[in-house]
Design a protein around this ligand. Structure first.
Ligand code: UDP
Length: 349
């Protein structure tokens, strides 16, 4: 039977895909988003959008009062590693204090089930690869630290209040909805995949390949080609894992706080990503090597077997080529000109 579900951050990249899937599953979906970084049109595609901040209890409480949610999917949060190093205050304010406020509002209204967007950044520089849930969590940037603090809060809430939660530790989200209806939009865009594809679009539109704006942050890491390795998971696969997490919470309401890695068990270097984008687009994308970015671990690859077992889930798009093809289809139809910041940041010769 359909549930009443609150999706915080549902105007963002992953949240908007999730809201759409929940809606398609027959749930009643309310998106709550401050639109600081999200897009109202992405949210409006899927569900009712209510504009507001998770830190604003005076706004959240009447929402809970009115809708009587069964569960919350909590995507709202800041997620730029570099920004978190230079401005940790807003990360602790939004990601930690904001979530505390959300949790307390949930308790006020006896809403006891939460799926939380956590991250592989909680592991820092892992002492083993691939990373399992038992790998020690020692974040090396405030973004990862802020998400780890929330995971700890969820464990303490489980013990004290029998609060049920599943924290999903995402590796690198990638791709777009297969039908081209939704995609990735960040402002500013800092993520590798979109930036490589923007570069392809720039060349396709007559730009000189030599004037590339694409930078590879560091080629002196201890990896197979010196560039960082990441595990790129299709956004649809992230969403189907969330769907399964909701089902698991409903089936096992007393299982406390659980945590699962969401990845593909496979890693690609930055240079391999660029090469894959050249093949998909047929465009000779160029790049320049730049200094390492603050807070970047050399290698993050998931062992997601626990999620696969417990959630009875597996990625439908395990290869990066599929994510890149969907992202390329989306960006080709929705080029980044719509956002002057992106144009200025990424397309200036
Ligand atoms: N990266 C890069 N150039 C860019 C953006 C990212 O070389 O313009 C690298 C970054 O250092 C990291 C990888 O690409 O090793 C993935 O970065 P992204 O920002 O996409 O995700 P993150 O791993 O930080 O969550």
């Amino acid at each position: 039977m359909g549930k009443k579900i609150l999706v915080t951050g549902g105007a963002g990249y992953i949240g908007s895909h999730m809201a759409r899937l929940l809606k398609a599953d027959g749930h009643d979906v309310i998106i709550y988003d401050n639109l600081g970084r999200g897009n109202a049109d992405a949210a409006n595609l899927s569900a009712t959008l209510i504009e507001g901040d998770i830190a604003d209890k005076a706004r959240l409480s009447p929402l809970f009062q009115h809708f009587r949610f069964d569960a919350v999917f909590h995507f709202a949060g800041l997620a730029y590693v570099s920004e978190s190093v230079s401005s940790p205050d807003i990360y602790y304010q939004n990601n930690v204090a904001g979530t505390l406020n959300l949790l307390d509002t949930m308790r006020d209204f006896n809403v006891n089930q939460l799926v939380f967007s956590s991250t592989c950044a909680t592991y820092g520089i892992p002492n083993q690869l691939p990373i399992t849930e038992a790998t020690p969590q020692k974040p090396i940037n405030p973004y990862g630290q802020s998400k780890l603090m929330v995971e700890q809060m969820l464990k303490d809430y489980a013990t004290a209040y029998n609060f049920r939660s599943i924290a999903l530790r995402y590796f690198n989200a990638a791709g777009s909805a297969e039908d081209g209806s939704l995609g990735e939009r960040h402002s500013p865009e800092t993520h590798l995949l979109p930036l490589v594809l923007f570069e392809a679009l720039r060349i396709e539109n007559g730009g000189n390949p030599e004037d590339t704006a694409l930078r590879v942050f560091g080629d002196d890491f201890d990896t197979r080609d010196g560039t960082c390795i990441r595990d790129y998971i299709h956004v649809t696969d992230l969403c189907t894992a969330h769907q399964a997490a909701l089902q698991r919470m409903l089936n096992l309401p007393d299982a406390g706080a659980e945590q699962f890695n969401l990845g593909t068990n496979k890693g690609y270097t930055v240079l391999e990503v660029i090469e894959a984008c050249r093949k998909i687009t047929g465009i000779n994308i160029q790049y320049k090597i730049a200094a390492r970015r603050d807070g970047d671990p050399p290698e993050l690859v998931a062992d997601a077997n626990l999620a696969m077992q417990a959630l009875d889930w597996k990625p439908a798009y395990p290869d990066i080529e599929q994510s890149l093809q969907h992202a390329w289809d989306w960006f080709s139809k929705n080029p980044p000109e719509y956002d002057q910041n992106i144009k200025r940041n990424q397309w200036a010769a």
